[in-house]
Design a binder for this molecule. Structure first.
Ligand code: GTP
Ligand code: MG
Length: 235
């Protein structure tokens, strides 16, 4: 059977990426890792390319500039499909998504889910290290997205997900309308509207300890606009 592909988009994650790759390999030795780096000024891409020479389970994709999270995920799906992977798991590079949960998400898709979501907002899920303001922001974004788009999923904004072959084949047929963080809401909305089988799996999300956050006010406004736009469409 084809190996699963773990896709990690990076922008300035030099302090995290090599340690994360190692932990993913330990947790899921059968998985290959693809790092999708947008020419990070801190040299993340060079670190990964150097490691690649010694690691047959590692691939690197270098993009010419900061093209956003949405297109990074789509590039990961296209790579997975072109290279015969049956599943693609996406995760952040900053250790917010626990590598030890990778096999649980992979198993959920193996057992028939089209999309397995590492979820902070189902029973057993948790968030560690976030200030109250960040918790309120995330909870509100989820509430607004769920209500406006009538989504059943509890965690609509997390990027720790595993996609089946079927869901990847479906998602690549149309480009995303959003390029940044709101792409997560758009990908989920499309999967729910297509009645794909979605399973949420509780995870403990931990705030990043190394490197800087890339989320900006502009991203938050963009996410709200995406919700409004998606709410006005049926597909
Ligand atoms: N390739 C690529 N990766 C990105 C881009 N923006 C963010 N990332 C990566 O996407 C993941 C999530 O970004 P974060 O900055 O951790 O965003 P966040 O989790 O919402 O915010 P913090 O955890 O507070 O930093 C990380 O692995 C980033 O390096 C981008 O434009 N291109
Ligand atoms: Mg993060």
């Amino acid at each position: 059977m084809a190996r699963p592909l773990v896709c990690i988009p990076t922008y300035n994650e030099a302090s995290n990426i090599l340690a994360l790759i190692e932990q993913v390999h330990l947790a899921a030795p059968q998985a290959d890792v693809l790092v999708i780096d947008d020419s990070s000024p801190d040299g993340t891409g060079d670190l990964v390319r150097d490691r690649m020479l010694k690691d047959a389970r590692l691939e690197a994709m270098a993009r010419p500039g900061k093209l956003g999270l949405g297109t990074a995920y789509m590039a990961g799906f296209a790579f997975a499909l072109q290279h015969g992977y049956a599943t693609a798991l996406t995760m952040d590079a900053d250790f917010s998504h626990p590598p030890e949960s990778v096999p649980i998400l992979l198993a959920a898709v193996d057992q028939g889910a089209d999309l397995a979501i590492g979820s902070r907002y189902v029973t057993g899920g948790a968030i560690e290290g976030w200030a109250i303001s960040r918790r309120i922001l995330s909870a509100t974004a989820n509430l607004v997205a769920r209500q406006a788009l009538r989504l059943r999923t509890r965690d609509c904004t997390g990027g720790f997900r595993c996609y089946s072959l079927r869901s990847m084949q479906f998602l690549v047929t149309r480009p995303l309308r959003s390029s940044g963080y709101s792409a997560l809401i758009e990908l989920l909305t499309r999967c729910e509207r297509a009645n794909l089988a979605i399973k949420e799996i509780p995870i403990t999300f931990t705030d990043r300890t190394h490197g800087r956050s890339k989320i900006s006010r502009q991203e938050i406004v963009l996410a709200m606009l995406t919700v409004a736009r998606l709410a006005g469409r049926r597909t």
